[in-house]
Design a binder for this molecule. Structure first.
Ligand code: KG4
Ligand code: ZN
Length: 347
């Protein structure tokens, strides 16, 4: 399994939330194929992910997605050296679909099974775009379910140093999009509306930015947008929103979130005395956030390694982290269970 030897191939499976994904990654960490079947169209009418709908869609999508990943890699099942699968955190039914398929394949092919932590995999996605290993680093995972800051001493040693105390940043994007009448998922919709808006139009709060500590809070910001957009109860009704007003609110909200994320990353880098910042997760696809992080890291002389845009939102290529466990002999037993962890709070 050394990089000098002929590369071996690992199949990674991801089904923790609303994307069914499979990828083939070789032992040199090259993504040979990556297939993602999104369920967004199924959840859109409900304005968020419906767990039962997600599990059922994984059941029908997973085998075709695995087939497509193997075909795109020009491989057969027998060519695989191991199976990696996300076992935590996520929606319990969704995780179980992926894990059951992974166990079945590992048993059938008599190859190792490796458990993948979805949050660590989001950070590992940064490694896929980098010329060399970006660790040690401060790591930010900013997604629909998580806003976590880590001190990453090595590729396998992570210490949580900050987290949201309520909504995740992506969750705030999704909920604010619903307030503004934009489609699910809210992140891309807000980013696109914000392009023609004025980010200085409304001065929304920057929660927990000025205080000490590395924790986040986005639920008050969401409420501030609600009051601004719909008017306070008992107050004067807000005028009928125009497209220009939606764009201004979207841009001002996005700027507030970006200010907080960039500010906390800057504080974490300075407190941990790290020279590298790595950032992954769905919200890391946001162009304004990427630009502002670049600006901050350039100013501080810190190396920034962003997840490649295509591996920000959920995908199985980031399951390449399974190679790290495999190479350290950390295999999962065939009776391993899922660890769902925190679910997203309802609207
Ligand atoms: O990583 P991900 O696919 O799933 C979780 O692990 O949660 O992240 C999905 C989240 C959603 O909340 C979505 O609105 C947000 O990432 N997102 C974005 C953008 N693209 C996706 N947020 C801001 N800007 C974007 N361009
Ligand atoms: Zn994710």
């Amino acid at each position: 399994m050394t990089s000098a030897a002929r590369p071996e191939f690992l199949l990674a499976i991801e089904s923790s939330c609303d994307e069914t994904a499979a990828a083939v990654i070789d032992s040199r960490r090259r993504v040979v194929s990556s297939i993602v079947a999104s369920q967004h169209h199924l959840h859109r009418p409900f304005g968020g992910v419906v767990p039962e709908v997600a599990s059922r869609a994984h059941v029908s999508q997973l085998l075709p997605v695995i087939d497509d990943a193997l075909k795109a890699a020009n491989l057969q099942l027998n060519d695989l050296a191991a199976i990696g699968v996300v076992t935590e955190p996520g929606l319990v039914g969704s995780l179980l679909v992926g894990l059951t398929a992974a166990k079945t394949l590992a048993w059938l092919l008599q190859i190792p099974l490796v458990a993948v932590n979805h949050i660590q995999a989001h950070l590992y996605a940064c490694r896929l775009g980098a010329a060399d290993d970006p660790f040690p680093a401060v790591g930010l995972v900013v997604s629909g379910g998580h806003t976590h800051l880590f001190d990453c001493r090595s590729v396998v040693e992570y210490e949580l140093i900050g987290a949201t105390i309520d909504d995740a940043a992506g969750e705030a994007f999704d909920k604010v999009a619903a307030i503004l009448g934009l489609e699910y998922p809210g992140g891309p919709a807000i980013e696109s509306a914000a392009r023609s808006g004025n980010a200085q139009a409304i001065r929304f709060p920057r929660p927990m930015l000025s205080g000490q500590g590395l924790d986040f809070s986005f639920s008050g910001l969401k409420t501030a947008v609600l009051y601004e957009f719909q008017g306070r109860r008992g107050g004067p009704p807000s005028p009928q929103p125009t497209a220009a007003r939606v764009s201004d609110v979207a841009a001002s909200f996005q700027e507030a979130v970006v200010d907080v994320l960039v500010g906390k990353c800057e504080r974490a880098i300075s407190e941990q005395r790290r020279q590298t910042l790595i950032v992954g997760g769905g919200v890391a696809a946001n162009t304004r956030l990427r630009g502002r992080l670049e600006e901050m890291c350039r100013r501080r002389g810190v190396r920034l390694v962003l997840s490649p845009r295509e591996y920000c939102t959920d995908n199985a290529a980031m399951g390449a982290i399974a190679w790290e466990s495999l190479e350290r002999g950390r295999l999962a037993p065939l009776d391993i269970d899922v660890t769902p962890g925190l679910l997203r709070s309802p609207h």
